[in-house]
Write a protein that binds this ligand. Structure first.
Ligand SMILES: C[S@@+](CC[C@H](N)C(=O)[O-])C[C@H]1O[C@@H](n2cnc3c(N)ncnc32)[C@H](O)[C@@H]1O
Length: 253
């Protein structure tokens, strides 16, 4: 994997070199065939590209709509399965999203008013999330800023959960590990393919669920494809949406 700037612009080149040093990546040419993935620094953010003939395109962290349009989206989202799964109706829980990925679910939860700690163990995705959050913070008025409800931690969530003291524990731990390769995904196919190339299969998701069940005050929510088996037997309840099922494991006694 390598990194390059999208254009010869000196500021982008400088940023690419700085990120290369931070992330321990090689500065590469855009056409470098030795790199299967390229992190490209553009003036609108960081993009992750596949390379080679069968390349399917790019992924980027898109914090999307802001302002009134974002508020309308959040109001509509309160009826979505994810909102029911986290128990939003009764209160606005604190959430630890232990599998932040491209930050879409975490952002949706933040827009619903939840205070979200998003944990991602890929340093590349961590850099993309941080970059997008910093851009959003400067673009948005403070009141609209998703960053106000959003803390990013780049680490393995098993360690983060294990080191939490009781007062720090979130109400809900939210998990969306990579789906088994044969399953359908809520993320578009091309994005899933690039993500899988970067982070692999999350075959340790069972251990993450165990750590989550020990830490969550109220529940763990696991996002699965509609027909995938549950990550652990006997969820307390399951909430079905069109593209995903949310298995809820209550932890409160
Ligand atoms: C399917 S993606 C999540 C997509 C995300 N829900 C979104 O809306 O963009 C799964 C992500 O979880 C991350 N992940 C898996 N296990 C993790 C762990 N133990 N700690 C931190 N991140 C983890 C992977 O690196 C990957 O980026």
């Amino acid at each position: 994997m390598g990194i390059c700037a999208a254009t010869p612009d000196e500021a982008l080149q400088f940023r690419a070199r700085a990120l290369a040093a931070d992330l321990n990546l090689r500065v590469a040419a855009r056409a470098d065939r030795a790199c299967d993935l390229l992190l490209i620094v553009t003036d609108s953010g960081l993009e992750l590209h596949e390379t080679g003939r069968s390349a399917v395109g790019a992924v980027k962290v898109d914090l999307g709509r802001t302002g009134a349009s974002a508020r309308r989206l959040a109001t509509a989202s309160r009826r979505q399965p994810i909102a029911r799964a986290i128990g939003l109706k009764k209160r606005t829980p604190t959430i630890l999203d232990a599998t932040a990925g491209l930050g879409r679910d975490a952002l949706l939860l933040a827009r619903l008013g939840c205070t979200v700690t998003a944990v991602e163990r890929s340093v590349i995705l961590g850099a993309m999330l941080r970059d997008a959050l910093e851009r959003a913070a400067t673009a948005d008025a403070a009141a609209e800023c998703p960053k106000c409800h959003f803390t990013l931690v780049v680490a393995d969530a098993v360690d983060v959960l294990a080191s939490m003291s009781a007062p720090e524990a979130p109400d809900v731990v939210y998990l969306d590990p990579m789906y088994p390769q044969t399953g359908r995904s809520a993320l578009p196919k091309k994005e899933m393919r690039i993500l899988r190339r970067l982070v692999g299969d999350d075959s340790d998701a069972g251990a993450l669920l165990e750590a989550a069940r020990r830490a969550a005050r109220n529940r763990v929510v696991v996002k699965r494809t509609p027909h995938a088996p549950p990550l652990a037997p006997a969820p307390s309840t399951s909430i079905r949406g069109k593209l995903a099922r949310f298995d809820v494991y209550l932890t409160q006694t």
